[in-house]
Design a protein around this ligand. Sequence first.
Ligand SMILES: [Cu+2]
Length: 155
Amino acid sequence: MRMFWGAAALVMVAGCQAAKPADPAVEKAWVRLPAVQGNPGAAFLTIRAGNKPLTLLSVSAPFATRTELHESMAADHGSSSGAGGHMMTMAPVKQIDVPAGETVKLAPGGKHVMLYDVAPGVQPGAKVPLTLVFADGSRMETQAITLAAGDAAPE
Ligand SMILES: [Cu+2]
């Protein structure tokens, strides 16, 4: 009898944990400064949706004059011009969708936030604020660590 109740209690605890709604979050944000001042930089981060899907519409960065959501992709034509023909191209995207309960990572070679005219005073190692604006009107703020153009990406 004692063992039966113990097992029942364990099942109830596990059930409660599974039902607990995950909070939406933004984490692991970092900014790549341009190699040449005046060229755009880029921001990367991880977005986790809670029990509702999230649609990222824009990111505001007070240290840049303008931002755009971009997606990079391999261009598999025009290999005559490049060594090895492995060219990357990128294009603006209107939004970035994060399904409920899932995580979307903005990373080099994929989705990213383009940062135009980064303020010259932003140095590698500085923390800079980013505000994510979602389609439901919600916002999330985060601090991004700033890396120089040649630094290795985190993780
Ligand atoms: Cu871009």
